[in-house]
Design a protein around this ligand. Sequence first.
Ligand SMILES: C[S@@+](CC[C@H](N)C(=O)[O-])C[C@H]1O[C@@H](n2cnc3c(N)ncnc32)[C@H](O)[C@@H]1O
Length: 257
Amino acid sequence: MTQPFGSDYAESYDALYADKDYEAECDLIERVLRTYGEGKIASILDLGCGTGNHAFPLSRRGFEVVGVDRSEFMLDQARNKAAALGRPPPDHFHHGDIRDVDLGRRFDAVLIMFAVLGYQIKNADVTATLRAARRHLSAGGLLLFDFWYGPAVLFQRPSARVRVISSSGGKILRASSSELDTNRDICKVRYHLWRFDAERLLSETEEEHTVRYFFPLELDLFLESAGFASVRLGAFPEFDRDPDESTWNALYGARAV
Ligand SMILES: C[S@@+](CC[C@H](N)C(=O)[O-])C[C@H]1O[C@@H](n2cnc3c(N)ncnc32)[C@H](O)[C@@H]1O
């Protein structure tokens, strides 16, 4: 069993999530930032940036984007793409833990996207992450994060899945199974990944990802104690709709106070 977002998973990541519409997510992020932001929003910190799939579209749209991630393998992917695309520059992707990162500067907005907050399991981890977001914002700056919406997770329950994805010159097979721990509000997702080229198996990996789901009132409390005021909690990506049991993902917008 390798650590989450190890080399095989990171190399397969963009193929695995090729059908995730990052451009549309960036449309929504831009809309929310413009609707709720105070003044011009030019700089964005992306905590848990992964392979940079929000950073690249946002950078192309003119934002200065800086990313932080603890997986060197995910960062390698981001930096290789940055070297090919030209922006953001590869050195805008920093290695670090989002619970204690301090880049010594402030941004107009902070993103924590694709359930990255859910990877922070204990209350202290969540608090530390939100405080890190807060210290990179001036008062009025915006924080946006999506998360697994607890009422929907408990209502729908996670299920086992198998996916076959075509990747350049081969295929990836991913099987996942999940175990819910309703006492700790976490879901343990075990991924088994096989990568093939046209003829043979190239690699086989297993990773266990533990993801916490959240409920609105506890998030209000976490955010308030970290120095944020709620702006809006909506379904994700249908942000104008209130979340309900059908909404596995929700998006929270908060303002630094
Ligand atoms: C599901 S991926 C999301 C990546 C990216 N935000 C996206 O939307 O594609 C989760 C990422 O969060 C990173 N991550 C989780 N916890 C972290 C922590 N405490 N510090 C830094 N990175 C973290 C992982 O390494 C991984 O790259």
